[in-house]
Design a protein around this ligand. Structure first.
Ligand code: FE2
Length: 135
């Protein structure tokens, strides 16, 4: 599976959120690499746990920006974040308990979710925060 390379097309225009997205992508790439070398799933479950923990931190930061500037699609974002948290919590557990190797299906889900979320949902707030003068 191809790794995700963060470039300017991923930039949402808010430095702190870009940095957090970069970290999430780095964790995702660790999972993609693990798949390529077929390592034991402990590495995957550890990274997955870290990734879901860090995603929570990131969602909270993002939602705080949205709330303090009155972003109109806050509820939509909140709901998407909630779904993601639910999904990763369950799959992290499953990975630890039952999977002897890297579940590529899960890595693919994370890759699709994260890239689509940043490039489609998050990108919608780019011009909003720009107009508010947030950098
Ligand atoms: Fe985000």
């Amino acid at each position: 599976m191809e790794k995700v390379i963060w470039d300017d097309s991923f930039s949402v225009g808010v430095r702190e959120l870009d940095e957090q997205h970069k970290k999430l992508i780095a964790m995702l790439n660790t999972l993609i690499e693990a798949g390529n070398v077929d390592v034991k799933s402990e590495i995957v479950s550890d990274t997955l746990m870290k990734m879901s923990e860090y995603a929570k931190v990131h969602f909270t930061t993002e939602e705080e920006y949205m709330l303090s500037f009155g972003y109109p699609e806050y509820d939509v974002q909140k709901q998407q974040h909630r779904e993601f948290k639910k999904k990763t919590a369950f799959t992290a557990f499953d990975t630890t308990e039952h999977q002897p190797s890297v579940p590529m299906e899960l890595v693919l889900f994370l890759k699709d979710w994260l890239t689509n979320h940043i490039l489609i949902s998050d990108m919608k707030y780019r011009s909003f925060f720009e107009k508010k003068g947030v950098v």
